[in-house]
Design a protein around this ligand. Structure first.
Ligand code: SF4
Length: 206
């Protein structure tokens, strides 16, 4: 069996509060933009994030080809209800987006490039927040940390600490959530918009 990436750490709350140097809320949106995000917004997880287990069925239809082909995608990533419960425990989300330009709506290469750029933004944001233990960070589609995921060879995840799952895999309705956050879901013809979100608990933020 492939070795799964670890779930966000479940260290004792007292320990986390004592050793966590919080980040200012007002610094989060500029931080995301300095990492390359087009726009970003703060959301309250309990009020603004739309969860729906039906997204697991959409993943299972395998339109993206990642179902069962990535450690961080369904079904390997975990039970949808458990993942929704896990994400729901957080308090605040930094929802960010990137916008890629396409030659036309069949520009697969352009979509892949845009997805790669979204991954680069996610990695930069994570680097900026790496001093905060216990965050959850989700991006778009399958994990793109490696050139090729090892899942199809039934080999362990190469970099469990770096691996990124997606908002969709955690049952998040990105369209509704973006609407609540005041972020555009579409940016016009021949563009593709990708989203990511960092989940914070109260003790992470000042
Ligand atoms: S880090 Fe690499 S091996 Fe692990 S899930 Fe991501 S792409 Fe796959």
């Amino acid at each position: 069996m492939p070795r799964m990436p670890p779930a966000p750490r479940t260290w004792p709350l007292n320990w986390l509060k004592a050793f966590c140097e919080p980040v200012n809320r007002q610094d989060l949106i500029p931080l995301a933009q300095s990492c390359g995000a087009h726009r970003a917004a703060l959301v309250t997880i309990s009020q603004d994030v739309a969860f729906d287990p039906v997204f697991r069925d959409i993943c299972a239809s395998n339109a993206c080809g990642q179902y069962g082909a990535c450690h961080m995608c369904p079904p390997d990533v975990g039970n949808i209800h458990e993942l929704i419960a896990q994400a729901s425990q957080y308090d605040t989300g930094l929802l960010y987006q990137s916008v890629g330009q396409l030659e036309d709506s069949f520009d697969i290469e352009g979509m892949l490039l845009a997805a790669r750029l979204q991954n680069d933004i996610a990695v930069r944001i994570r680097e900026q927040l790496q001093h905060l233990p216990g965050l959850l960070h989700l991006s778009t589609g399958g994990c793109r940390i490696c050139e090729r995921c090892t899942r199809p060879q039934s080999l362990p995840c190469i970099s469990p600490e770096m691996a990124l799952s997606s908002l969709e895999a955690y049952g998040i309705d990105v369209y509704k959530t973006a609407l609540k956050a005041g972020l555009k879901y579409h940016h016009g013809e021949n563009t593709v918009t990708y989203f990511g979100m960092v989940f914070f608990k109260e003790y992470h933020l000042a």
